[in-house]
Design a protein around this ligand. Sequence first.
Ligand SMILES: *Cc1c(COP(=O)(O)O)cnc(C)c1O
Length: 352
Amino acid sequence: MSKVHNFSAGPCILPQEVFKEASEAILNFNNLNLSLIEISHRSKDFVAVMEEARSLVKELLNVPDGYTVLFLQGGASLGFLMTAYNMIGDHKKSAYINTGTWSSKALKEAALVGEVDVIASSKEDGFNHIPKGYTIPTDADYLHYTTNNTIFGTQFKEIPNTSIPLVADMSSDIFSQQIDVSKFDLIYAGAQKNMGPAGTTVFIVKDEILKRNRVDIPTMLDFETHIKKDSMFNTPPVFAVYVSMLNLRWLKKNGGVEAIEKVNNEKAALLYAEIDNNPKFKGYAAVEDRSNMNATFNLTDESLKEKFESMLKEANINGLNGHRSVGGYRASMYNALPLESVQVLVDVMKAL
Ligand SMILES: *Cc1c(COP(=O)(O)O)cnc(C)c1O
């Protein structure tokens, strides 16, 4: 079987050794002669998986004391609503930076529990850049932003400087670069972009947020429910948590976030240099806001489309189509994508 270079935006590439180990655990987990997916989630074998997954998140991201890591269901999309319920406080007002499809969806949910102040937006410009120079209101209960805009290919290069509690959707760049968790009150990320298979969402919750005057929260949406039960209030998505854990082990073994960040920088630099130097291509996002995870670009001459796409196919490059709302191309370069795959793509671009 020839090697496929998988630039898919999500669900995304994971290391081959993770797939292998995961498939073995489906047949015989921990030499129990039972499958991972047929044992009790309360068994000591699975509880150990959940504990290791949670502690690897803490270790790899240097999560300080006073935070709890949860693995829950519902995707980042349910995280939008959970954020709103758990973060709203006395002001009954939140502030959002709208940088794309996912931020737009997040602020729509926030409007269900309070007033939403959209303090900055790049919507008018097709979300091709990160807004700058906005003022953060001091009377909002929290500020929410999307660190990396998976669809448009933009990424915040700095954490917004704010005195109000800060929430980030890090679905598509968590574990790709070092972050200072202490700056955040809540971080969440759907697994299937850079951590594992679809089916679980990681939440990093500052315990202090539970002390605010809280609205009535449906049981399953309340972080307190899940914190009290160590992420095991109800049956967790055992397979997704297990594979995420394997992938985090892989990351740790390969030098952790610091080491992968260097490789991610190299991959992005290689591809963006080609986009900039090759007159047949142009980038979509503003240069200073370009994402290291998802590079969006177009052909300058649409008549080359068929030729380019057949060359991609020939080179076994998968998943390069842009999101249906943007068109063009999107190369997603998550942690498990090797530098070599980016080189193969760049070679095809050069040969066009
Ligand atoms: C994919 C994505 C989501 C939605 O994730 P689901 O787990 O499918 O709900 C939210 N935010 C960002 C930044 C994403 O890339």
